[in-house]
Design a protein around this ligand. Structure first.
Ligand code: MN
Length: 262
């Protein structure tokens, strides 16, 4: 079974009173949820979603259907809690994550999303956002009416078009990707891109520090840059294969030692 290395960090930021983000990093399940709703209800919604995904921890044979079932179960649990406790009516949460599973007998990543938390993949020095935000500003950006920079500060930037806690249930996006050597994923709530640019994120990921160090560093940067929202980061990677060194590696030229890949 492919092992994933991972790290996770979350911070309330410098403006909000509560941290309504939740992170889950229990192999093979890695998820960020950004809760929404007054009177701490967002925290309840995010936590209910995480409980459904925590139930998948330790599984070695996850299928995409397991992820979709967990999303559906989480949505139902949030709706049920809302109807039982009127003060939480309308609560909801985003949900973005990566699960390591098996398709056709070989290991695959399942990347999934509901809402405007994000999953990025970092490979060969390039950061690519895999998920598509389910948000008003993403629709405006995709239509060419605003730029990505304008989207970050747009007054509608908090309006998501899909979230858990909706009836009818939201349709999650899911991508099924074969596991590659040295894959690295960044899962984050919107509090990270709000404060830290893609260029800065690439700079941090390029240092190839341990995942926990990377996660804490990115969260710290978002808080230091203003911390206008809760910020959460999970970093997941597969280790590179062991490279068998040449017998005379001790006499290898300098560039053989400096590497550059990690
Ligand atoms: Mn947020």
């Amino acid at each position: 079974m492919t092992q994933a290395l991972f790290g996770a960090a979350s911070d309330v930021g410098r403006v909000r009173e509560l941290n309504e983000d939740c992170v889950l990093a229990q192999p093979p399940v890695f998820v960020v949820a950004d809760g929404m709703g007054g009177h701490a209800a967002g925290e309840v919604a995010a936590d209910l979603a995480m409980q459904r995904f925590a139930a998948l921890a330790g599984r070695v044979d996850l299928k995409p259907e397991d992820v979709l079932d967990a999303v559906a179960d989480a949505n139902a649990a949030i709706l049920a809690r809302s109807s039982e406790h009127s003060e939480t009516a309308g609560m909801g949460t985003t949900l973005s994550g990566v699960c390591l599973g098996v398709v056709g007998g070989s290991p695959h990543w399942f990347v999934f999303n509901v809402g405007d938390s994000r999953v990025y993949r970092f490979a060969d020095g390039v950061l690519r956002q895999i998920t598509v935000d389910h948000s008003e500003v993403e629709e405006l950006r995709a239509a060419g009416r605003i730029t990505a920079e304008e989207a970050l500060v747009h007054p509608l930037r908090n309006v998501v078009t899909r979230s858990l806690g909706m009836d009818p249930p939201p349709v999650p996006d899911i991508w099924v990707l074969p596991v590659g050597d040295g894959d690295r994923f960044l899962i984050c709530s919107d509090g990270l891109p709000l404060e830290v640019s893609a260029v800065e994120i690439v700079e941090v990921l390029s240092r190839a520090a341990p995942p926990q160090t990377t996660a804490e560093m990115l969260v710290r940067m978002a808080v230091d840059a203003g911390g206008r929202d809760n910020v959460s980061v999970v970093v997941v990677e597969t280790p590179r294969s062991e490279v068998v060194p040449d017998a005379d590696v001790s006499t290898a030229p300098r560039q053989g030692l400096s590497g550059g890949q990690r």
